[in-house]
Structure formats: structure tokens, C-alpha cells
Ligand binder design. Structure first.
Ligand code: SF4
Length: 310
């Protein structure tokens, strides 16, 4: 079956990147809250990815466009500064190692001045690679990975069918670090529902501390239509926390997490309050800010529901 270019789903910090699809879908398509739920993982032919890299180079160096190449390539390339590439899709690190290596080699050959290549990765994608392999990828500038941790509580992870455990995710983070690859770990506020809100937040603080990534980000649960989680809510088996409860979770996480040096954000469009802090340096300040907002409980301080998005 022909490879269909996936929609662009990317971390907020990749807004300046060129988006190069190597896969579509996610190898772990079972998470009950995710828009990749039930998606079919497809792998792009490496030759096709390399053709796109050639076309991109031709366009950026000489302004030449080819009819055989998707208009999206040129639409994304127009404002691209040639520095960063984000490999799509849901977990591009699942792409077989020899193929990934050849595509990265080709990318480096055509764009020798690239700063970095990044991708989403599951814990299993990292764990199935040898440290030596990860180091080779790092040398080819695949130097940053985004891992969706979601929660540190194994019961919650099981309930949302994440198919990854606390231990696996911490191990994967350490392995990436050993290879010199930077990591951003993401958790989801509200994923434990009302019943497990505190337990979820404390478990997020614990796992983030054990992973000790350079970057950590909080998203806030948004219910995607057609997912099992939507069904759970309709049946009354899962109860969403309120916007201010999501800030309580955020505060608990920041209060209880211990990082060596982490840039912690909640800049994703799903959040009710954008936060950008360097931890531990700014811990006390951000906790005070959150306490003040929580004391006022003024909804105008939060992002309106209709502005939230995935
Ligand atoms: S949450 Fe991550 S691992 Fe789970 S289905 Fe979505 S993209 Fe895949």
C-alpha cells in the first residue's frame, strides 16, 4: 500500500523544524486517550524519504520545485531555516535501524549544517536499541527524543493501555542519556481522573525525578472523539478533573519533583495555564504563582476551553 503522508503532529518546540515522515501512525496504538488509537503503523520506503530530501535540497539551494513532489514539502520548506528536522510520526524511532541510519546519512550529506534531528519515541523503541546504535544515531544528529510518559503510576498506565511501565520508561531515559541523546518527557494532567488525581500527580513527580530529563512538559487531558476514554466518560467510569484541579496537579508535580537541571513547561495548547520554568532554580517562585492563582480561582486567569487544542 502506498505510504500516505501523516498530518503534522509535533511538540510545540518543533515549530521551526522541517517535518520528514518516516512512519505514519504509532507502533503502540492502544492508548485509550490518544488520537493515534487504532492507527495502523506504516513504514515509508527509505528511497522515497531520500527523494524528498533531494527535492528539499534542490528547493532550498536553487529554488527549483518538482511536480512529482507533494506541495506540502514546499509549503513546510518555504520558511525552514535549514537547522532542525523532526521525523514523523507517532514514534519514528521504531523505524528499522539500518533504514534510519541510511536516511540520516543522506540527510547529513545534503544538509551538512543541520543542528539537530528529533523524533517521538516510545520507551520500547529506545530499549530495543543497543547504546552503541543510539550513539550512532546521535552522531548522525538524531540527538533529541520526545517520550510520552503520561503517568508514573503503573495502574493508570495499564488502565490507559500505554503498554509501558515505570521501570521501562526510567530505563529508557537512562539509556538515551548514556548515548548522549537529549530527552523531553511528557506527562498528562488529569489522566488519573478525579479518583486518582493526587496519586497520579505524585507518581508523575516521582517518575520525572527518576528519569531526570533535560526537558519535561505537562499536557492536559483532552478527550478525543471516538476513543475508548470518551466511552468511559459516557458510561460514567471516568470523571474529568476541573481546570483548577489540573493546576493543583501541576503544583504537586513541581513541588515534589527533584531535577538536576530541567526546563519544565506547560506550553502545549491543551493546558489551561502556560508555564515555563527552570527547575530547581525557579521552584519556589512558580509554586507561589500557582498558589496565588489557586487561591483566587478566577477563571479569567485560565485559557478558555475553546482555545484548548491538541
Ligand atoms: S500516547 Fe504515544 S504511544 Fe500511545 S498511542 Fe499515542 S502516540 Fe502511541
Amino acid at each position: 500500500m502506498a505510504f500516505l503522508r501523516p498530518d503534522i503532529i509535533r511538540p510545540p518546540s518543533e515549530w521551526k523544524s522541517y517535518f520528514l515522515p518516516l512512519t505514519s501512525g504509532c507502533s503502540n496504538n492502544t492508548c485509550t486517550f490518544c488520537n493515534y488509537f487504532g492507527s495502523t503503523l506504516r513504514l515509508r520506503d527509505p528511497g522515497e524519504a531520500m527523494q524528498e530530501i533531494d527535492a528539499l535540497a534542490l528547493y532550498k539551494k536553487h529554488g527549483v520545485t518538482l511536480q512529482s513532489i507533494s506541495y506540502i514539502v514546499y509549503a513546510v520548506a518555504r520558511n525552514w531555516d535549514g537547522k532542525r528536522v523532526f521525523l514523523q510520526d507517532g514514534d519514528a524511532l521504531v523505524y528499522p535501524f539500518p533504514k534510519l541510519k541510511s536516511v540520516l546519512e543522506h540527510l547529513n550529506e545534503k544538509f551538512p549544517n543541520l543542528d539537530r534531528v528529533s523524533a517521538y519515541a516510545t520507551a520500547k523503541d529506545i530499549l530495543r536499541r543497543e547504546v552503541q546504535e543510539l550513539k550512532q544515531l546521535k552522531d548522525l544528529k538524531l540527538s533529541f527524543l520526545y517520550m510520552g510518559v503520561e503517568s508514573g503510576d503503573d495502574e493508570i498506565l495499564k488502565r490507559v493501555r500505554k503498554r509501558a511501565t515505570y521501570v521501562e520508561m526510567v530505563e529508557a531515559a537512562h539509556k538515551a542519556k548514556e548515548a548522549g541523546i537529549g530527552l523531553s518527557a511528557t506527562i498528562i494532567l488529569g489522566l488519573g481522573g478525579v479518583e486518582n488525581s493526587r496519586k497520579h500527580a505524585l507518581s508523575c513527580a516521582r517518575i520525572l525525578s527518576d528519569m531526570d530529563p533535560e526537558f519535561a512538559a505537562a499536557l492536559t487531558l483532552i478527550i478525543v472523539p471516538g476513543t475508548p476514554m470518551e466511552e468511559e466518560i459516557k458510561r460514567g467510569d471516568f470523571h474529568l478533573i476541573t481546570p483548577f484541579e489540573s493546576l493543583e496537579e501541576l503544583k504537586l508535580i513541581i513541588e515534589n519533583a527533584n531535577f538536576t537541571n530541567c526546563f519544565f513547561t506547560s506550553m502545549h495548547a491543551s493546558n489551561y495555564l502556560p508555564v515555563r520554568v527552570r527547575l530547581p532554580e525557579e521552584k519556589n517562585k512558580i509554586i507561589k504563582d500557582l498558589e496565588s492563582i489557586l487561591a483566587k480561582k478566577d477563571p479569567s486567569l485560565l485559557k478558555p476551553e475553546y482555545f484548548r487544542a491538541l
